[in-house]
Design a protein around this ligand. Structure first.
Ligand code: DGJ
Length: 739
């Protein structure tokens, strides 16, 4: 392998592969100066250094350095108060009571084996190299190690920082960002994804304003309000044009990704733990590790940026055990029966699952002691004796005897005030003294920073999983955190609780997924309230939204697809009228919206299944037959207008191309529309299934494919129609002739 990281004698560092180069140097003053992040360079150590300004007024010059101000110097890990006035990556209180730190280069090393972060999820190494730069504040003996990893095969780099207090006095950290990226002056836009429950992943694009744009969370979860993903785009970037810089985090708690347009039009990207309400006491001799940040680069628009993320997440983030494993089709009891579940009903639904040909029955909420609605019982993870007299292991065995897999729902991090657990351990919740704890969905959050809480949860879940008949766990989490404090921490460490919670959660997930490597875990937080790479490090898939209306789901999946491969998503055919927005749609379109999700299923009552049985059987047979296709392929957004969406999915061997077209509202006398496919072999022939049509790859890409018309009245021969009126969909399947 050719070196991915090179260093010059005068300390310029270059991380470079076929997709990108990342270059920085040590200045004469000992400051790490950023030089380039972008397209791959053939001679990356030789990039022009930015100017130093010679005549300026008002500017401060850096600690004795003539003509040198940090305000206009792109840096790798900026601090505050030594001539840079922008928001800093590192900020804290030292033994003198002030907040001035000055980090200077001390040494570096390169390692071939990517170090795993202690207590935090981190991307797997593989064919990669990691550069570790040590910076130090000489006065207060604060050492910071910056970690940079580049992979041979990915358009992504990883960064994190590790603090060590080498002094004799405590240092209090307030900003401890994982990464800082000072992009040069330019005309930029920001792309980010915001939302709320059942309306996750709305894409917003705005011109980078003067000042600071912040996407963050202080809710204890990474949140549906602002997903921890922000891309800085060359203004006007499209799917296939423009420089794009994406940033995300392997972290599931309070985060911040900010982009600051400075007085000289540069763009500073900071990513890490949200500094708001964060405070960490770093005792002498102690370390603090930040979560890992990831930056991806595409010089050819958003499509390529998404491809980089998708390949990287599959190869380096989600559990390897499930990487190439087709997901089971399933029937989930939630929208079929809600809390009205008992052993007989579950077994009846299992029979229905067999009739419609799915692989797995998932018992969602409602199975544990006293849980007949959402006011009670979270925390008491034993089967309700009246409704499940045989217990879960026996039920699981009965379901499996029908030839199905068995899955079960938990919401481990929560407790209802009405529960045996809360009665016994009222101090196990996140809370602050002498204040009433706010409820969310009638529940409180357990204090996962505590090892006794972690052990309790491990033992409760283990008691069920150890029967050996559980194939899948849906791990839910249905509230944001309030009154965040821990009875197990002293007064002066209360503001560490949120991050300690995450460390506790990751520890518990690590223990469980290590003990049960073959159990497929699905991450859920009222849908997408914690849909991030931190959770995906332990759980190969996630429930992206409680919104199952297919039209609403188009923007949710389309938005999420900018970062996430659809391998990590699950989708089911839910009821119509939809229970969240009342929209009536066909079974076909309800299935189609999730057609490219790896895990596909049904959550319908027995009566609904009966009404639509033939269609449901057909779609589940299709889902089963294509389960292997929906792993590891390439997803592309090929059309998006106010009224249409088209997505393309190409199987990993390139032999089959699926093109899903959605037409939202019908209207008379519409224009003829086309979709242009992407990434085909221009000289290969593709056969359109269920037709006698064959097209050359270049024709499908350059000339495009006519989209079906919404059928109204008499049909013209030779025209392809969709029969649903509003909310129509159509799936094209092209097979490569020599495939
Ligand atoms: C919220 C989840 O998102 C739903 O799918 C379902 O599991 C409910 N919780 C159960 O309470």
């Amino acid at each position: 392998m050719t070196a991915l990281i090179t260093v010059s004698d005068d300390l310029t560092f270059a991380l470079s592969n076929a997709h990108l180069s990342y270059v920085f140097r040590v200045s004469a003053e000992g400051i790490l100066e950023h030089l380039h992040f972008g397209g791959a360079l053939s001679d990356p150590l030789n990039v022009a250094v930015h100017h130093r300004r010679t005549i300026r007024h008002v500017a401060s010059t850096f600690q004795g350095g003539k003509h040198y101000s940090l305000s206009d110097t792109p840096q790798e890990y900026p601090g505050f108060g030594t001539s840079d006035y922008r928001f800093p990556a590192v900020h804290g209180r030292n033994a003198h009571g002030n907040t001035i730190f000055s980090l200077h280069y001390k040494k570096h090393k390169i390692v071939k084996e990517k170090p795993r972060l202690k207590k935090l999820p981190s991307a797997r190494g593989g064919e990669s190299e990691t550069l570790i730069i040590t910076l130090q504040d000489r006065l207060h003996k604060l050492r910071v190690e910056l970690y940079y990893t580049i992979w041979a095969d990915h358009g992504v780099i990883a960064r994190s920082a590790k603090f060590r207090n080498l002094g004799k006095q405590e240092i209090q950290l307030q900003h401890a960002f994982s990464s800082a990226l000072d992009l040069p002056s330019g005309d930029y836009e920001i792309q980010h994804f915001h939302g709320t429950w059942a309306r996750e992943f709305n894409e917003e694009r705005i011109d980078l304003p003067q000042g600071r744009f912040v996407s963050d969370s202080a809710r204890g979860t990474s949140s549906a309000a602002h997903n921890p993903y922000v891309a800085v785009l060359q203004k006007g970037a499209t799917e296939d044009y423009g420089k794009c810089y994406g940033t995300t985090l392997l972290y599931s708690g309070n985060f911040a990704i900010s982009v600051e347009k400075g007085e000289f039009e540069d763009a500073r990207v900071l990513a890490g733990i949200n500094p708001f309400n964060f405070h960490w006491r770093l005792k002498p001799g102690k370390n603090f590790c930040t979560p890992e940040a990831l930056h991806a680069y595409s010089g050819e628009g958003l499509r390529k940026l998404s491809h980089h993320w998708h390949r990287f997440i599959r190869a380096c983030v989600t559990p390897e055990r499930f990487r190439d494993v087709p997901r089971p089709t399933y029937l989930n009891t939630w929208e079929a029966a809600y809390f009205d579940v008992d052993e007989d009903k579950v077994l009846d639904l299992a029979d229905k699952a067999v009739e419609i040909g799915v692989d797995m029955l998932v018992l969602d909420d409602g199975w544990f002691e006293g849980r007949q609605d959402d006011t009670t019982s979270l925390g008491d993870w034993r089967a309700d004796k009246a409704r499940f007299p045989s217990g879960i292991p026996a039920l699981a065995a009965k379901v499996k005897a029908k030839g199905l897999k068995f899955g079960i729902w938990f919401e481990p991090e929560m407790v209802n005030p009405r529960s045996q657990l809360f009665e016994k351990h009222p101090d196990w919740i996140l809370h602050v003294p002498d204040r009433v704890s706010s409820l969310g969905r009638n529940q409180l959050t357990l204090d996962l920073s505590r090892s006794d809480v972690q052990d309790y949860l491990y033992n409760e879940i283990d008691a069920i999983l150890s029967c050996g008949d559980v194939d899948y766990v849906k791990w839910d989490m249905n509230r944001n955190m309030t009154e965040v404090g821990s009875a197990a921490l002293p007064r002066n460490r209360q503001r560490e609780t949120s991050h300690r919670y995450m460390l506790g959660l990751y520890k518990l997930l690590d223990r469980l997924t290590t003990a049960y490597p073959d159990v497929l875990f699905e991450n859920c937080a009222s849908g997408g309230n914690r849909f991030d790479l931190g959770m995906l490090s332990y759980m190969p898939q996630g429930w992206i939204s409680d919104m199952c209306d297919p039209i609403a789901r188009l923007s949710i999946i389309g938005g999420a697809s900018h970062l996430f491969p659809l391998d990590v998503t699950a989708a089911y055919i839910g009821p119509s009228p939809n229970h969240q927005n009342g929209r009536v749609t066909s079974v076909k379109t309800r299935f189609m919206a999730g057609v490219f999700c790896a895990a596909r299923g049904v959550s319908l009552s027995e009566a609904d299944i009966e009404t639509h049985k033939d269609e449901v059987i057909d779609y589940m047979a299709f889902a089963k037959a294509t389960a292997d296709d929906m792993i590891g392929g390439t997803f592309d957004r090929v059309k998006k207008t106010a009224n249409e969406v088209a997505w393309q999915y190409t199987t990993r061997d390139g032999s089959t191309i699926y093109l899903a077209y959605f037409h939202i509202l019908s209207a008379p006398n519409l224009p003829f529309r086309r979709a242009h496919l992407v990434g085909l072999d221009p000289s290969a022939d593709y056969h359109l299934e269920d037709s006698d049509e064959n097209y050359r790859g270049d024709a499908l890409m350059q000339s495009g494919m006519p989209m079906p018309q919404v059928a109204v009245g008499e049909k013209t021969p030779g025209v392809r129609y969709m029969d649903d009126g509003d909310f129509s969909s159509h799936l094209f399947v092209f097979r490569r002739a020599d495939g």
